[in-house]
Write a new protein. Sequence first.
Length: 261
Amino acid sequence: MIAPLESPVQLNPMSRRHSEKLVIIQRNLAVLRRSFCVFLLIGSSLVCARSIPAADSSPSAKWEKAIRAFEAADRQSPPPAGSVLFVGSSSIRFWKSLSKDFPHYNVINRGFGGSEIADSTYFTDRIVIPYRPSAIILHAGSNDLSAGKTPRQVYDDFRAFVEKVQSALPETPIAFLSINPTPLRWAQADKQKETNGLIQRYIEGKKGLTFINQWDVLLGPDGQPRPDLHVKDRLHPNAAGYKIRAELVNKYLDSLNLPQK
């Protein structure tokens, strides 16, 4: 006897909707799993990116080579503690007679390139504070104006330098050796004098700060910068120009009653 054929199973509407929901849930779970994997990959990439030092984007970073050279010299021959630190632009850098001009004091020369005040501030943790100097002579500002900064901006940069130094060395005296007149940049004289005035007024009456004015003594009887005090570039001092500066700074240092050699 032949058995009757079984009729196919028919799903009722409720079962069909349940099956469709299961399919949708499974698809959503698959999407969630893929999204979670992508999230993990992105998170790992960000962690790796943070672990790689970013390139220094500060304008001051261009002087990194010069600063590393100072640090290498310090490792080879550490400067004496309590030295007088000269820091700033190329007029400090080219002061080759520094030790001879200040025979009673140990001196450190940390002038670099055509630097601006903000550059000295940027590298303070590496070429100022570690020396624990007995006094700091800062000379810069002319390059700042020549690069397009306003007198107010240069003044603000000077204040930032003072604040950063004093936060670490509150008892260390700081002197600003003023912007000086030069034949090459005489067209900027008004801005230079304005900057000097802003800084001088800020310094007046503040303990530990001194303004060393070298403007007037570097002018001739005609009120113009003396060419005979400059090298051929008409910007940097020659030996006679440095001698005048040394007299002014020595007078200031002697007034501090610092330990001498």
